[in-house]
Design a protein around this ligand. Structure first.
Ligand SMILES: NC(=O)c1ccc[n+]([C@@H]2O[C@H](COP(=O)([O-])OP(=O)(O)OC[C@H]3O[C@@H](n4cnc5c(N)ncnc54)[C@H](OP(=O)(O)O)[C@@H]3O)[C@@H](O)[C@H]2O)c1
Ligand SMILES: [Zn+2]
Length: 345
């Protein structure tokens, strides 16, 4: 089968199309003929940070998969060939204390498809049947692929970890990103007042279209002062942090006393300075979050299936142009998701 592989760590120039073996199907697995696979910032990290000592090359990424079932493992009764499906990319043991407690994304052996194992940027992939969900006919493969990783991340971060409430001021950084655009929709659904930060006039318009109540442009002047003015110097209740080092201290300073910062990303770097006085004097809470548990995944996917949340597809590339798709994401010009479609020309 064909896959968009790389043979060494680096940038998008490393991506090439190669023939690789079609995966075997275990008794508890299904083989999926991939129809669409969305890129995440994560794929750029996997490509850039692949450890040559532990990675088996060629390797291929892709956590977000939608397709049809092509083969069913001997112990799987729930699915049949031809079913339209998507997959939770979380890999977890099911046996450790965290899995038993229903917190699969805290698993002692946690991994993500497209990092711990080769991903969906290929014609076929074998996945555990327990992580597969049937798709409604109303959702295209491209839209379905745009959902799993970013919506579960945004759902857990905002709803379970930061526990945002109706009427709260919620600041969303990196608003045009995959998780950022999902966060705008989820925060609106929860009744929050959403302030989105993005980087171009075009993206400002998209963020408003998504439902953001206020949009700040980080490339135009001092947006932190604009934010302070917007809240009458009160500060925001919640910051959705994913941009990392470049914004960390300002994010903490922008919070109201008793405010919460939820973090799940480090787009601009992972080492930042924290003024500890702010934390205790302002009674702040810094909350970490990664991916989601199975229950949260099912909850947010149901909202997508019902049309309450709408995956945002920025652009669609054929597999042959996977390298260009990586480059497009790296350039940061997207709003929402960059998707590879096996059916695109
Ligand atoms: N822990 C987890 O479970 C988890 C899951 C998913 C993602 N993540 C992490 O979360 C982050 C976002 O992921 P994603 O896939 O949504 O990424 P993405 O689609 O690539 O979006 C990242 C966004 O960050 C903003 N940005 C880039 N450079 C910036 C800078 N210098 N200053 C401020 N903002 C900047 C841009 O938005 P604007 O142009 O709108 O400003 C960009 O669109 C990544 O760090 C990723 O690794 C973590
Ligand atoms: Zn576990």
């Amino acid at each position: 089968m064909k896959a968009a592989v790389f043979f060494q760590p680096g940038g998008p120039e490393q991506i090439q199309i190669a023939e690789v073996p079609r995966p075997d199907v275990g008794p508890d697995q299904v083989l999926i003929e991939v129809k669409a696979c969305a890129l995440n910032h994560f794929d750029l990290l996997v490509l850039r940070e692949a450890n040559p000592d532990s990675t088996v090359f060629p390797f291929w990424g892709g956590a977000d998969i939608a397709g049809i079932i092509a083969e069913v493992g001997s112990s799987v009764a729930k699915f049949k060939n031809g079913d339209r499906v998507t997959v939770n990319p979380s890999l977890y043991c099911g046996d450790c204390e965290h899995c038993i407690g229903g917190q699969e994304s805290q698993c002692d052996d946690y991994g993500i498809t497209g990092d711990s194992i080769p991903g969906g940027m290929a014609e076929f992939i074998s996945v555990n049947a327990r992580d597969v969900m049937l798709l409604p006919e109303t959702l295209s493969f491209e839209e379905a692929a745009a959902a799993p990783l970013v919506y579960q991340t945004a759902w857990r971060a905002l709803m379970s970890q930061a526990q945002i409430r109706a009427g709260e001021d919620v600041l969303i950084l990196g608003a045009s990103g995959g998780v950022g655009s999902a966060s705008i929709q989820i925060a609106k659904l929860a009744g929050a007042n959403v302030i989105a930060v993005t980087s171009s006039t075009e993206k400002e318009a998209y963020a408003r279209q998504m439902g953001a109540d206020h949009v700040l442009n980080r490339t135009k002047g001092d947006y932190w002062s604009e934010l302070a003015a917007l809240t009458n110097n009160r500060g925001v209740d919640v910051v959705v942090e994913n941009t990392g080092a470049a914004t960390w201290s300002d994010s903490l300073e922008s919070l109201v006393k008793g405010g919460r910062l939820v973090t799940y990303g480090r787009t601009t770097g992972s080492i930042a300075e924290t003024d500890i006085r702010l934390i205790f004097w302002h009674h702040l809470r810094i909350i970490g979050s990664t991916m989601a548990n199975r229950k949260e995944f099912a909850q947010v996917m149901r909202l997508i299936f019902k049309g309450k949340l709408k995956p945002v597809v920025d652009s669609v590339y054929p597999l042959q142009q996977a390298g260009r798709a990586y480059q497009h994401l790296l350039n940061g010009e997207h709003f929402g998701k960059v998707v590879i479609s096996m059916e695109a020309e």
